[in-house]
Design a protein around this ligand. Sequence first.
Ligand code: ADP
Ligand code: MG
Length: 859
Amino acid sequence: MVWHSKKIDEIYSSLASGNQGLKSSRVKELQEQHGFNELKAAAKKTVLQIFLSQFINVMGIILILASIVSAFMGETVDSIVIMALVFFNAVLSTVQEVKAEQSLEALEKMSAPNAKVIRDGIQAVIPAKELVAGDIVILETGDYVPADMRLTEFASLKIQESALTGESLPVEKSDTVLAEDASLGDRVNMAYSSSLVTYGRGKGIVVEIGMNTEVGKIASMLQNTKDTETPMQKRLDALGKTLVKAALIICVVIFIIGELYGRPAVEMFMTAVSLAVAAIPEGLPAISTVVLALGVQRMVKRNAIVRTLPAVETLGSATVICSDKTGTLTQNKMTVVKYALPSFNGAKEISDFNETELLRAAVLCIDAKMLQDRPIGDPTEIALLEMGINHKMDKNETESEFPRVAELPFDSERKLMTTVHKNGNEFYVYTKGGLDEILSICSKDSIDTEKRQNILKINESMASGALRVLAFACKRMDSMPEDLKTLESELQFMGIVGMIDPPRQEAKDAVEKCHEAGIIPVMITGDHAITASAIARDLGILSENGRVLTGAELEKINDDELFKMVESISVYARVSPEHKVRIVDAWQKHGNVVAMTGDGVNDAPALKSADIGCAMGQVGTDVAKDASDLILVDDNFATIVSAVEEGRRIYDNILKTVSFLLACNVGEILVIFTATLLNWATPLLPIHILLINLVTDGLPALAMGVDPPESDIMKRKAKKSQEIFSKDLIHRTLYQGVMIGMLTIAAFLIGMRTSIIAAQTMAFSVLALSQIVHSFNFHSKTKSILKDPPFKNIYLFGAAIVSILIVTACITLPGLNSLMKLEPLSNYNLVTVILLSLLPLPIVEFMKFLGLNSVKDEK
Ligand code: ADP
Ligand code: MG
């Protein structure tokens, strides 16, 4: 269908729609007939594919080879046990991966775009997916166009269509009927799905949905591949590869030593396999993914939707949070409390207000309106709407007398908004905006120097009382000018109003938390410097020696100068969104990890360049959300801080599991290496090592992933560099690995006095059990376990119990124990095993007591 060359009435009748929108019953029918308005995504990996991919890695291949070789050597039982363990591990990893994927998918759904639709004559916000052809949709600045539409209303509407046409400048839309062969880029009466509204407002009728839209036709080209691996996961992968290489070298060394001792090649092969198994931390990648996914779910409960996994990690290391004032640090519930006219010399309470012209301007020059007795729109404008209601100036009545014929929408660059209304043969122009901006477009004779000084003084007194000040001006004309831009000149000054926007209660506590955590909060606002400082001081963001910088001052200094002073500035006032990028850059050059909030179209560049872009969930535009890493469901500053806390905890917990699993591997290597070097019998068979690495260690490691945060997690200073393999972690992993290894060797030597099988059983039991006991040492690096409630993490208890039962079953259950080449222990040996296995607790406690469990990193 060539929609752009049809008249609007033709389109209305061909789609059986009209200005009032479709009937909901009709919508249902259409959805059933034509399906939903969505692009078919690229085929996802099936569960079977995920399962099979578990075998295609170094570890899987080594083990499958080992199993085949054992089978050829007649060790059928070994071969089967190895295969069973590999299989079990693959099932476990698949379950984890699928679950992680599901929770990420759920997140994606939460941040899916909405559309403002008119149905049955009523405006509502619905998921864009539910649109059908014939729906009437309203477009506002910052929206993504949700489907292909023929436009019916245009208020300075500009749309950026670069994804479709390659044209990077926004296209001004207008109402004409076009020739049939007009190219996509020339169709100014259409709006195409997934292009974005950069300016103005508009309305239109949906003509194509889903795969029939222009973007649907090229959908396969646009499948964006987002990087979902986090920096830490990448480093873990790299670590895995290094360990594989190290394992191969150790294997060769062991082989050579074995040859020198003249031991049989078969035995040496199995030993080498055990070692390879011991060296590779097979559980790590799966566990880190699960810990991240669980953390992401918990963040949702705290109103923070993470859009990319890497953001979880970056969050934990945030050192600066740059936040908008209005709505994030304040409640965004505004009420007009004071006003002043040019003739006054002081601010008056709003209660005795009755200036008709100013009231009329207040209700006419706004886009906010009452919808079923509820005000909707920008809070600043709702305050004006309500001021009108309280003073008997109804917006609808006034507007029917003074219908709007033109407008220049508000943008945070100009800080002005203008509307033109027709009354009789006259045109009334009303402009509202920041005081300085309004004064600069008023005619000289409308406000003399004295009145101007007077107004500025009143403004200052209002602003220092934390009031947001809005000024009004007007003029009358006999005809509309050619160029709408001339509307904002030669105006008559009308007066100012001051509105209060109380700070959020939680924001104060969150700022305090930031200070304790070594995170610097910075306020950024388009509001007046004095208003901003008053609120910043109240919230604790602006201290005695903190500085306030205005957008005008920022314009005057270059990036080097900003770099030098950025650390002393806590409040930026009267800034435009484009300034935000410079602020982010300056902080980043000092090595900081910067979080930045934003809501508008113009905020997108800053959100992208920040390490953590945080978009407002409620007032944020689609564009801002799309550019962000984190969506604040409640638009709240405190939510960023709790997300940081959650990020720190996730980071901590992944480090705990890394350190825990690696300590076990170090212990295993030590045992095998010592045994080979000293020409002992093999203390641990490959199947023993596999069982421990894949099962009895994996469960506690997983439980550690949900460890509650340390009580002082937000009292720790933020570190600028986050290195996984810090000196501290290596120190702890090595000494604890040696501890586990020595306990196992001791058990083996004691067991040798009974028999080789008894010795192997003891080595296996102590290795498995001491690790389980050791897992309780990780709640804190420095504090004794006695200082924490022992039942701090019940999952860890559960995991420990299950793991202990598995170890017990492998030793005592007839049949199973012969499969595992283990045997029940004598009482004496059993007591020895228990005592040795409990030792990690007192040893690590003692190290904590000496202050040796954790070493200071250089940085
Ligand atoms: P912020 O969101 O940081 O408070 P804005 O960019 O929304 O900053 O607003 C900056 C200034 O623009 C305000 O101080 C006010 O003077 C003016 N302003 C805000 N909203 C409107 C509006 N809807 N119409 C006209 N002027 C406005
Ligand atoms: Mg704002």
